[in-house]
Design a protein around this ligand. Sequence first.
Ligand SMILES: [Zn+2]
Length: 181
Amino acid sequence: MKKLRFLVAYLHAGSMDLAVGVFLITLLTWLFDIPFAWWHPLLGATLTILPDFDIFLPLIRHVLFGTLTGADNHHKTWLHFPVVVLPVVGVVGYVLGGFEWACIAVVGVFAHYVHDAITTGKGGGSWLVRLQRTNWKYVHEEETPTHWVEHNWLKWSPLSIIETALGVTALVATGIIIALR
Ligand SMILES: [Zn+2]
């Protein structure tokens, strides 16, 4: 039961990113006059959660075996260096779909970094490169993502309330755009 509660808490913690991703791709494809396709929401959600792929394996390990340390802090991997990832997704988007998809890819991933910078980084985190290894919230070994989830997502907190409200707002806005297009 504890495993399930943690799993739900982790999903809840990622829910705003997913909802914002769905909203952004719906908005941008509308602005670019790209016809709606069923995979757009999936791609939008994937783009906005993309940098956090570095935490999925440690999280699975945590849910199954209960092990997670400060060393598993995903914000320390290259997926959380915007200067590396944003050009890469921009080029991939451009090669696969041209200018519009390059914009969509960059904006989607950029939104994730903005979210991280506001909620987890002291002063915005590693926007350029890993110049300041200590510039992150989970710098101490005892302050793991597990503690963060326990304090913020296993129970209602100001963070979870605000992000849930923003996520719901993003989905409502998505619905309005779909109704308009
Ligand atoms: Zn992140």
